[in-house]
Design a protein around this ligand. Structure first.
Ligand code: AR6
Length: 170
C-alpha cells in the first residue's frame, strides 16, 4: 500500500501525482515548477479556471486538474503550511493537506497516488517531522478507506529519502 521512491515525481507512473503549490495555484517553487514544465500549459489553464471559479486553494486543501503531458492522469494541487515555528497550526494543516489529496483522489477514482515531501522545501517544514505527519496521515486514511491501491512517497533528495526509509522500516 505504501511505497518509497527517490527521484523526480514528474516521471512517476501513478493515476495522480501531488503538487505542492501555494494558495494562488500559480506559485514558483521546485516541485510546482517541475510539474508545470513537464505537464504543459493544460495544467496551468485549469489552475486559472479554478482561480476564476473559487479564487485559489486554501492551506490544507486540494484541487484537481489534468496532468497534461505527464504520465499521470491527474495532478492534485495542495497547499502545505509555511513553517513558522510550529505554533500556528502547521502540524494540523500539513496533515490536512495529505488527507485532502487522498479524499479528492478517491472521489475521482484514483487508485495510485504519488506525493512529494510537501512543505519541506521553500516552506521550510522540518523534514523529520513532516515525514512523520505524512506517514501517519496516510496510514490513518488507508485504515479507514480501502479504495486506494497504492500511495507512493517520492523524495527528490537523499535526506528526505533516508528519513522515510527509516520511518517505513524498509
Ligand atoms: N520531484 C519530487 N520532489 C521534488 C521535485 C521533483 N521534481 N522538485 C522538488 N521536490 P517545494 P513547498 C521536493 O519548495 O516547500 C513554491 O513557491 C523538494 O526537494 O517545491 O511545499 C510554491 O508555489 C522538497 O522536498 O514546496 C509554494 O509557494 C519538496 O519537493 C511553495 O514553493 C517540496 O518543496 C511551496 O513550498
Amino acid at each position: 500500500m505504501i511505497e518509497l521512491l527517490q527521484g523526480d515525481i514528474t516521471n512517476v507512473y501513478a493515476d495522480a501525482i501531488v503538487n505542492a503549490t501555494n494558495t494562488s495555484l500559480l506559485g514558483g517553487g521546485d516541485v510546482n515548477r517541475a510539474i508545470h514544465r513537464a505537464g504543459g500549459k493544460a495544467i496551468v489553464e485549469e489552475c486559472f479556471r479554478i482561480r476564476r471559479e473559487q479564487g485559489g486553494c486554501n492551506v490544507g486543501r486540494a484541487v484537481i486538474t489534468t496532468a497534461g503531458n505527464l504520465p499521470a492522469k491527474f495532478v492534485i494541487h495542495t497547499v502545505g503550511p509555511y513553517w513558522n515555528g510550529g505554533i500556528h497550526g502547521e502540524v494540523r494543516l500539513l496533515s490536512s493537506a495529505y488527507k485532502s489529496c487522498l479524499t479528492l483522489a478517491v472521489h475521482n477514482g484514483v487508485k495510485t497516488i504519488a506525493f512529494p515531501n510537501i512543505s519541506t522545501g521553500v516552506y521550510g517544514f522540518p523534514k523529520q517531522e513532516a515525514a512523520e505527519i505524512a506517514f501517519h496521515s496516510v496510514s490513518d486514511f488507508l485504515i479507514k478507506e480501502n479504495d486506494l491501491e497504492k500511495v507512493i512517497f517520492v523524495c527528490l533528495d537523499a535526506e528526505n529519502y533516508n528519513i522515510y526509509y527509516s520511518l517505513l522500516k524498509l
